[in-house]
Design a binder for this molecule. Structure first.
Ligand code: 13P
Length: 256
């Protein structure tokens, strides 16, 4: 049986105050309780995690980044154990906004190792900066996958989610989201590469998400035709009603 769709809110560096974060979270919790056929994950700034740890029905919380160090003298870093203790079940790793600040596939691989050691579920973000006409983005994605997953043990694959987020489709500057057909092609490609790393059966079980300008108008189309089992949502997760509409369409769409 296929799992429920996984709908992840990446709040990035918002909202500005704990009070606003609390209000937004309580709105999302209500919407998530109604969206029974979807699993909701909210990833707030780490500072808000512990106040959100008592998540509601169908809702879990996650972090947006993790240190690959387990303890010691690392100013500003937060360890996987700390995230776990604060209530996080998931962690986004290798988001393009972190890669833009210098995170390499090698660093991402170490972060994945640290997160899995604490039994967090890893949402590994991959995606090309631009879609060239020669199809070079396929090899870019392949190396992101292979290098980021270099150290992963097969037994940990059940705690791995892949988020395909083409960088050109993310954020306010993005012209548009990918097409479901474009994402479908990439999702097959990702599964093919995964199969060579962990075997067909395990690769088939890994959930793949799409992210980049997801909104209530395109969410269902990606889930129906994009070959993905969930969505990673930025801007549209900062308004409870808008995110609630995405959850509703995910809950009503059949996961085949
Ligand atoms: P937007 O949904 O704002 O384009 O952001 C996507 C994203 O980066 C989610 O991680």
């Amino acid at each position: 049986m296929m799992k429920k769709f996984l709908i992840v809110a990446n709040w990035k560096m918002s909202p500005e105050t704990p009070a606003r974060a609390k209000a937004l979270f309580s709105g999302i919790k209500k919407a998530a309780a109604r969206a029974k056929n979807a699993q909701t994950v909210v990833c707030p700034p780490a500072l808000y995690l512990s106040s959100m740890a008592t998540a509601g029905k169908n809702v879990a919380v996650g972090a947006q980044d993790v240190s690959y160090e387990s303890d010691g003298t690392h100013t500003g870093e937060i360890s996987a154990r700390m995230l776990k203790a604060a209530g996080a079940k998931y962690v986004i790793i290798g988001h393009s906004e972190r890669r833009a600040r210098g995170e390499t596939n090698g660093i991402v691989a170490k972060e994945i190792g640290a997160a899995l050691k604490e039994k967090l579920i890893v949402i590994l973000c991959i995606g090309e900066r631009e879609r060239d006409t020669h199809g070079e983005y396929f090899s870019f994605i392949e190396s992101q996958l292979r290098e980021s997953l270099a150290g992963i043990a097969k037994k940990d694959m059940g705690r791995l989610v892949i988020a395909y987020e083409p960088v050109w489709a993310i954020g306010e500057k993005a012209k548009e989201a990918d097409t479901p057909e474009g994402t479908f092609e990439i999702s097959l490609f990702i599964r093919k590469i995964l199969a060579t790393i962990i075997g067909k059966e395990k690769a088939f079980a890994v959930q793949i998400l799409y992210g980049g300008s997801v909104n209530p108008n395109n969410a269902a189309v990606f889930l129906k035709r994009g070959g993905v089992q969930g969505l990673l949502v930025g801007r549209a997760s900062l308004d409870a009603r808008t995110f609630g509409e995405i959850l509703k369409s995910a809950s009503m769409t059949k996961n085949i």
